[in-house]
Design a protein around this ligand. Structure first.
Ligand code: DAT
Ligand code: MG
Length: 151
């Protein structure tokens, strides 16, 4: 099943929104397969955001991601990438719809609370950047047949 990397970013952790963010993904039906509280190193932040290297906001973005501990989560589900990005909302919270995490809790693009992978390929790459194989657990929930049809 498709997997996505979620980061509960420093602003969300500092504001006490970690539980609220996780609650929304859980309620959506996505299954947690890995989760940890960690301090991201500058090296890992630069690797994670390598595609943005050279852009004017790159240094601020890296500063932001290393500015406080974060919670990283690997989520699994049908259509996990698109589902998670829908729950997260548009990149700029000013433009994110009500009912999304960014639309409900954010105001500025540089404080947009959550990261979600943008493609199935990047989901797997990003999860491998943040988790070892041993930290990822393949498991089933008794509720899975009520969330995933035919399982
Ligand atoms: P997303 O996080 O929605 O996938 P992205 O991958 O395009 O967005 O960019 C990564 C992060 O970089 C984003 O969450 C916030 C920051 N960012 C993107 N575009 C920006 C801009 N024009 N100005 C400032 N920060 C920006
Ligand atoms: Mg992105």
């Amino acid at each position: 099943m498709e997997r996505t990397l979620i980061i509960v970013k420093p602003d969300a952790v500092q504001r006490g929104l970690t539980g609220e963010v996780i609650r929304r993904f859980e309620a959506r039906g996505l299954r947690i397969v890995g989760m940890k509280f960690m301090q991201v190193s500058r090296e890992l932040a630069e690797k994670h955001y390598a595609v943005h290297q050279g852009k004017p906001f790159f240094n601020g973005l890296v500063d932001y991601i290393v500015s406080s501990p974060v919670v990283v989560i690997a989520l699994e589900g049908t259509n996990a990438i698109e589902a998670a990005r829908g729950t997260i909302g548009a990149t700029n919270p000013a433009k994110a719809g009500a009912g999304t995490i960014r639309g409900d809790f954010g105001l500025e693009i540089g404080r947009n609370l959550v990261h979600g992978s943008d493609s199935p390929e990047n989901g797997l790459i990003e999860i491998a950047n943040f988790f070892t194989e041993a930290e990822l657990i393949s498991w089933g929930r008794v509720t899975d047949p009520w969330i995933f049809e035919g399982r």
